[in-house]
Design a protein. Structure first.
Length: 209
């Protein structure tokens, strides 16, 4: 396929010609909404931006599998995974069940994106529907040296020289995401991982598995 698409590679820190892993096919993952409240214009910016990328890749002739998740459990109020669960708190406030909150704001999210005339993704999985797969993926990432466990929390760090940077609070390593054990939301499984699949750091790690 002939094209002049050039993208900035966050791993090599330079512009490179876009070459998909599989010829003529592109897999695109976008972190979707956490559905405990209405989306706002800032949220929509992400989805409109990736809608343009989705459309352009298809325009170039690629077969695109666009995956955008719905995070429907396990978000705590504090940045350090402390405080109340946002879904449980919203459910109490609106006098609904947590899954009613999920349903209400998922529908609202789709309604808003239709106003922007965005295309739906190819697949829209929920976090609670893929917990087992997420646990296995986290185990594999840890086993390959791209993440580490601290007090029951898994940290995924920036990649430097093929290994994770374990110093979390440095000016040159600001992007670290955490996975939390949301036992308040999912008490029936042996252990649980809230796995936020944010793109750049995690995709860099997965690329090396």
């Amino acid at each position: 396929m002939q094209h002049n698409l050039v993208v900035y590679n966050t791993l090599t820190r330079k512009k490179e010609k876009f070459e998909p892993i599989h010829p003529n096919m592109v897999g695109m993952y976008v972190c979707g909404p956490t559905v405990y409240s209405d989306v706002h214009l800032g949220n929509c910016r992400t989805f409109v931006s990736f809608d343009l990328i989705f459309r352009y890749l298809r325009h170039l002739g690629y077969k695109v599998r666009y995956v955008r998740n719905i995070t429907d459990a396990g978000h705590l109020e504090g940045d350090n995974d402390e405080g109340d669960d946002k879904f449980a708190k919203k459910a109490k406030l609106e006098q609904l069940e947590p899954m009613e909150i999920v349903q209400k704001y998922t529908i609202g999210f789709h309604d808003v994106l239709r106003l922007f005339n965005t295309l739906p993704p190819s697949i829209e999985p929920t976090a609670t529907g893929h917990i087992i797969e997420q646990i296995e993926m986290v185990k594999q990432i840890i086993a390959n040296g791209y993440a580490y466990e601290v007090n029951g929390t898994v940290a995924v760090g920036s990649i430097l020289g093929g290994k994770v940077l374990k110093r979390r609070n440095t000016s040159w390593n600001p992007m670290v995401y955490f996975c939390h054990d949301p036992t308040i939301v999912l008490p029936t499984l042996p252990f649980h991982v809230r796995f936020c699949l944010f793109g750049q750091i995690l995709s860099s790690a997965l690329h090396h598995l």
